[in-house]
Write a protein that binds this ligand. Structure first.
Ligand SMILES: [Zn+2]
Length: 101
């Protein structure tokens, strides 16, 4: 039988905290908030074992991801590096055009 568990630590000690937001659950075991997953005993055991073994790692990875998501300024800088502005694009096209004359 499937049950709702915390996708991070595999605990069944999860509670739906915001009735309006179906995806917001709270795990009383590890303080996870977010959507829960439906799992059978086998998957639950795997998650629990993985959590027990890699707890520190999982938490630090999540912290990094969280910081990335909310660090708007660095996201913006990255975008500038990756994408050419219209002007740069035009220059590049001009160059190509000149070369092919
Ligand atoms: Zn949990």
């Amino acid at each position: 039988m499937k049950k709702k568990i915390c996708p991070r630590c595999g605990s069944e000690n999860v509670k739906w905290i915001i009735p309006q937001v179906w995806s917001q659950w709270l795990c009383y075991n590890c303080d996870y908030t977010g959507p829960v997953i439906e799992a059978d005993d086998k998957l639950q055991k795997e998650i629990q074992e993985n959590w027990a073994l890699n707890k520190e790692e999982i938490l630090s990875e999540e912290k990094e991801r969280f910081e990335e998501t909310f660090d708007d300024e660095s996201e913006f800088d990255k975008k500038l590096d990756d994408d050419l502005t219209d002007e740069e694009m035009e220059k590049k096209l001009d160059q190509l055009f000149e070369e092919n004359k």
